[in-house]
Design a protein around this ligand. Structure first.
Ligand SMILES: C[S@@+](CC[C@H](N)C(=O)[O-])C[C@H]1O[C@@H](n2cnc3c(N)ncnc32)[C@H](O)[C@@H]1O
Length: 288
């Protein structure tokens, strides 16, 4: 049987989603780090989407749930927050973190942000931190977001900015691509920098008929004491890359690591590694 068109996309999506499920343990381990590093992004998301006491909030691609957990404080006991991710292993991590905080207004759900299996107009606010760029069709995902928002409801999303302005991750993809002699991810596969142009991000919201679109940058620098600490963490969290790195023979791993060590030289200081980083944060609403 030949697999074509939508079937092929479905198969490839399943594969990509499986890659994320496989790194849920690492995201659990580094969840507090990810939240601490992303605190300015989360604050900007909350400022744009402005969750109020009593609101219903949906977090998409929640991973360990950092943005949604922060929103749970804003909506209080009369509101509720649904933490959702395509990988059940990720929502399990998010559920454990919500329980550890004693939050009773938080639940979890397995949802694909490209096909949000929720009723129309079910939410006041939708949040997504570093997830929309993994959609194979981001406009369709934005249309889905609009559909599940009530009229007047707000959405805020964060995605990584340009690859060259995020060398803490971009140079890992550069090194792996150079090592394998082919682009990683392949041009047709969405990766962390798929929506890294602010005009493209705006256009996605516009195409989905969301209104009052705003988009800006938030600085997200990364500091690590040592090369090893940075490499262990980054290579454990980089969902689309992890299996690829694990599959490399030992000699290849050594060569790749040396290549990466050369590439990070410009970011090495007496205090360890200091990388710049930039996220794009966009907000919009469904017209009332
Ligand atoms: C870079 S992590 C970000 C996790 C979390 N939002 C954070 O900022 O800590 C990307 C997340 O997107 C999820 N994801 C990828 N594709 C998705 C899709 N189509 N629908 C929903 N979640 C998806 C992954 O499972 C993973 O948890």
């Amino acid at each position: 049987m030949t697999v074509k068109g939508n079937d092929m996309t479905a198969t490839s999506n399943q594969h990509l989603h499986g890659l994320w499920a496989a790194v849920a343990g690492s995201w659990a381990e580094h969840a507090d780090y990810a939240d601490a590093r992303g605190v300015d992004v989360t604050n900007e998301l909350l400022s744009l989407a402005d969750p109020q006491p009593g609101d219903r909030v949906l977090e998409l691609a929640c991973g360990p749930g950092g943005a949604g957990l922060a929103a749970a404080e804003c909506v209080g006991p009369t509101g509720d927050v649904v933490l959702s991710d395509v990988a059940a292993a990720m929502t399990a991590v998010a559920a454990r973190r919500a329980a550890a905080r004693g939050l009773t207004n938080v639940s979890t759900r397995e949802l694909d942000l490209e096909r949000i299996v929720e009723p129309d107009a079910a939410y006041d606010v939708v949040l997504c931190r570093e997830g929309l760029m993994f959609a194979s069709d981001p406009i369709e995902a934005a249309r889905e977001i609009r559909r599940v928002l009530r009229p007047g409801g707000r959405v805020a999303v964060a995605v990584w900015g340009p690859r060259e302005r995020n060398p803490w991750l971009g140079l890992v993809f550069d090194a792996v691509s150079a090592h394998l002699g082919k682009p990683v991810p392949p041009p047709c596969v969405p990766g962390p920098f798929s929506l890294s142009d602010v005009n493209v991000l705006r256009a996605v919201f516009d195409a989905a008929a969301l209104t009052d679109v705003t988009a800006g940058e938030v600085s997200v620098p990364l500091r690590e004491a040592t090369f090893d600490a940075w490499w262990e963490r980054t290579s454990a969290l980089a969902g689309p890359l992890v299996n690829l790195l694990k599959a490399l023979p030992e000699d290849d791993s050594r060569v790749l690591r040396a290549r990466v060590r050369d590439l990070v030289a410009p970011y090495t200081t007496v205090d360890g590694l200091q990388f710049p980083g930039v996220a794009l944060v966009a907000g919009a609403r469904r017209e009332a």
